[in-house]
Design a protein around this ligand. Sequence first.
Ligand SMILES: Cc1ncc(COP(=O)(O)O)c(C=O)c1O
Length: 359
Amino acid sequence: MIIGHGGNKTALARELGCHVDEVVDMSANINPLGPPERIIQVIRDHVSTIQQLPEPDARSMVQGFARYHGIDPGTVIAGNGTTWFIYTLPLALQAQHVLILGPTYSDYADACRMHHIEPEFWIAPPETGFVPDLESVSNKAAHADLVFVCNPNNPTGVLLDPSVIITLLQRHPRTCFVVDESYLPFVADGDDRSLVHAGEYANLLVLSSMSKIFAIPGLRTGFLSGATGLIEKVRSYSQPWNVNALAQVVINDIYNHPEQIVPFYKKTRAFIAREKHWFLKEQADIPGLVPVAGHTGFVLARLQYHTAPQVCRRVGQDRILIRDCTNFHGLNYRFVRFSLKDRENNRKLGVSLKKALSQ
Ligand SMILES: Cc1ncc(COP(=O)(O)O)c(C=O)c1O
């Protein structure tokens, strides 16, 4: 198994001798509002579907996604989370020179290594707030056949304007750009910024995770969309029943009620904006913690005097899990990431961080 993901609630609960539900997981970037209300009932009502095989290619789900975005269903594949695509892309596209814009989600690199490719990185420096420089990224992209871009980026929260990515697509028509938009639905004007609609580029693929925004990571669902030629290459690696029956029921239900999607997004965005504003304002006086300005509900923060393992351990004693970012390529032991939740838990985190950083 590939190593490098965030915290593990079960391991912390075991260490503290408490029940797993007593641990607040602020290390995973999941919608703090939880899934749309109707989802749990939909699952209850359709439990019996596990007795049958689902659609082998999750066709209804694909059609729902395509209908919602106004794109051709032939340019969409459904998968077992976007993770399945990330680990399949280097192989399906026969990539040899992969470039990763970092610091970013470690699975892009792990996926390359799984296929015996050592990726190259272009690391945005902290002094620029981790904002990539178009010209130097473009120079590097000229030598790559596959480029991973996470927008907005995990863990920095940096949001690229779509025009930056489009410039790269136009300058490097022979390079495939995979744009991971897993956190874009959390961004205020996320729908307008999405490249899911940019079907005219023959070198673009877009990853859309259902796990984060709909808070259903356990169901394992995501989409890949983009240029027909590239999609066909990936499709030839798809396995039947890649998306399980309950996951298909849930995603079909979401796209069969498109009128509920935008209100859910708006509610989520408003909640996150309010909590983030409150946390950063109220907790501005946490000594030695410097948040990086980002556009997501998760916050990357630099530790001035402490190390991430120390701080995570101390906050862990208060049964709060935050992410030690030491193992992100391009970051180091001075960075932690936390995903804001409701006010009560955010307040607890602030108190715990203050305590941890004053020791
Ligand atoms: C940027 C990014 N992309 C993709 C994933 C994978 O998500 P999933 O496989 O649940 O769609 C994650 C998970 O943390 C992520 O942070």
